[in-house]
Ligand binder design. Structure first.
Ligand code: GRF
Length: 187
């Protein structure tokens, strides 16, 4: 059984979808660790509900990114983590983590990359009027939402409410993230 770490900064619906994928969604994996850079994030409560070990850190308490990433690397090593899943982790992964875990870190983004990289991707894609929405999972490199694409799924929405589009995209994310992990760990 593969051991996963999820990195998140906020709500944690993807974190929970991954946990559910392990519990009852056919993933031969276990979420062994949540890494979170924000004490007040709702994802921390979600992890507590499942009794999942959580490492919370405040980046401001470290002199440099490499310092907290070094500590995270130690934890990942100790917990024998096979795959790191970024799920709303609002930081660019630095070279400390990438040099140890490169090729083993994946991310999910709510657009058809390379379009709409960065924050507020759903609102920006809605406002662009392009009418093309979707979800991408990809390996992580040292660029914003860059790295080799693993899975992309188009989301069709012709309505006029961004909230509805958001709901739709998030539900597709939850499915696509579990499918992506399955694809990687069964390889
Ligand atoms: C998701 O839309 C994900 O694609 C993006 O951040 C959001 C996190 O949502 N990277 P949640 O915290 O998993 O609910």
């Amino acid at each position: 059984m593969k051991r996963l770490a999820v990195f998140a900064s906020g709500n944690g619906s993807n974190f929970e979808a991954i946990v559910q994928g392990c519990v009852s969604g056919g993933l031969d994996a276990q979420v062994a660790l949540l890494v979170c850079d924000k004490q007040s994030a709702y994802v921390v409560e979600r992890a507590g509900n499942y009794g999942i070990e959580t490492f919370i850190f405040d980046p401001k308490e470290y002199a440099a990114k490499s310092d907290f990433e070094m500590q995270i690397c130690e934890l990942l090593n100790e917990r024998e983590i096979d795959l790191v899943c970024l799920a709303g982790y609002m930081r660019i992964v630095g070279k400390t983590l990438l040099s140890e875990y490169g090729g083993k870190i994946i991310n999910i983004h709510p657009s058809i990359l390379p379009d709409f990289k960065g924050t507020h991707a759903i609102e920006r894609s809605f406002e662009s009027g392009k009418g093309v929405y979707g979800v991408t999972t990809h390996y992580v490199d040292d660029t914003l939402d860059g790295g080799e694409i693993i899975v992309q799924e188009i989301v069709v929405y012709n309505g006029g409410r961004v909230e509805k589009l958001e709901e739709l995209i998030h539900s597709v994310e939850h499915k696509v993230y579990v499918e992506t992990i399955k694809k990687i760990i069964e390889r």
